[in-house]
Design a protein around this ligand. Structure first.
Ligand code: ADP
Ligand code: MG
Length: 323
């Protein structure tokens, strides 16, 4: 029901950045190699995501807006080894229940595409459209029917920073995808999508910073970790500059964050943090991503062991540098 979707939206869609996150994750899951994001007024006015992924079949377009209609999980066992970013099938219905959503999509196997328009959870239009393989989704009037949410939005600057932040993380975790982000026609990010993490880091944090970061890696029987970390002299003052990636998913995890800071070691000045990208790979069975609707919190088995590995890998690498 629309009400159930609106309730789910309360958890999934906190602000414009949440919409950007869900739409871009879908584009990633659709195996896109290029994803362009255009927002107007920090997404409060409009959010458009254009991808060149698989597209949605005509008969599936309306279905994608039904609660728990996911094409990504077919049986219960899949839930324990989620390989896609989405799997709960609640993002699109949630967003559509509290906004105006227009979709243009085409699947390679079909001769024409589809245009679909839904507003406040109610289908407005569905008709054939020109074929352009991939998907374009435009969201306007976000929170138009939930005035309380609208009222609690922060300044446009803060909302834009949140969008930028999430796109940065998604780009960092998918260096094989070319991302661009524009606000009111001003370009904020463009990545090459050539599979080189260091180039993505450079696009986000600047070429100077990227050049001076150290590459590190570590491995044990369960985990493999690699990434880049800044030298203490480049230290930034925010923990926001530490990106934790687990099997290509950007996550938040306090224990791991602490492990990074510990590995960064005694050179750490109070309240200062490194610029770091920590890319962790593990058997999907060792991680539970179904903890929260936004899927940013994860539970990792053998978390202590992983933390120790991360700390040691960083210590070793930084130790080689005679700081
Ligand atoms: P989930 O990602 O958890 O499956 P969503 O509500 O985010 O649920 O999306 C519902 C479904 O719509 C997806 O399972 C997918 O089949 C389809 N879909 C959404 N966005 C795209 C896209 N950009 N390209 C292709 N398919 C998409
Ligand atoms: Mg999704």
């Amino acid at each position: 029901t629309i009400l159930a979707d609106q309730i789910a939206a309360g958890e999934v869609v906190e602000r414009p950045a949440s919409v950007v996150k869900e739409l871009v994750e879908n584009a990633i899951d659709a195996k896109s190699t290029q994803i362009d994001i255009y927002v107007k007024d920090a997404g409060v006015k409009e959010i458009t995501v254009i991808d060149n992924g698989e597209g949605i079949l005509q008969e599936d377009v309306a279905l994608a807006f039904f609660r728990h209609a996911t094409s990504k999980i077919t049986d219960r066992n899949d839930l324990f080894q989620v390989k896609t970013l989405g799997f709960r099938g609640e993002a699109l219905p949630s967003i559509a229940s509290i906004a105006d959503v227009k979709v243009e999509t085409a699947n390679i196997a079909e001769t024409e595409g589809t245009f679909y328009h839904v507003r406040g959870g109610k289908t407005q239009t569905k008709r054939p459209a020109a074929k352009r393989v991939g998907t374009k989704i435009t969201v306007t009037d976000l929170f138009y029917n939930t005035p309380a949410r609208l009222k609690y939005l922060s300044s446009l600057q803060t909302e834009l920073a949140a969008i930028s932040d999430i796109v940065d993380r998604l780009a960092l975790s998918h260096e094989q995808i070319a991302f661009s982000l524009y606000n009111n026609e001003r370009r904020l990010l463009q990545t090459a999508g050539n599979g080189k993490l260091q180039q993505t880091i450079s696009a986000i944090y600047g070429i100077q910073n990227a050049r001076q970061m150290l590459e590190f890696s570590g491995q044990d029987s369960d985990f493999s970790v690699k990434g880049y970390i800044s030298l203490p002299k480049l230290t930034r003052a925010s923990r926001n500059y530490i990106s934790l990636l687990v099997n290509g998913r950007y996550i938040k995890n306090n224990q791991l964050l602490k492990a990074v800071l510990k590995g960064y070691g005694s050179k750490l000045m109070v309240g200062r943090y490194p610029l770091a990208v920590i890319d962790i790979k593990l058997d999907p069975l060792l991680v539970d991503v179904n903890v929260h609707p936004t899927k940013q919190e994860v539970r990792i088995s053998k978390e202590e062991q992983l933390c120790e590995l991360v700390t040691q890998a960083l210590k070793e690498r930084l130790g080689q540098e005679n700081l």
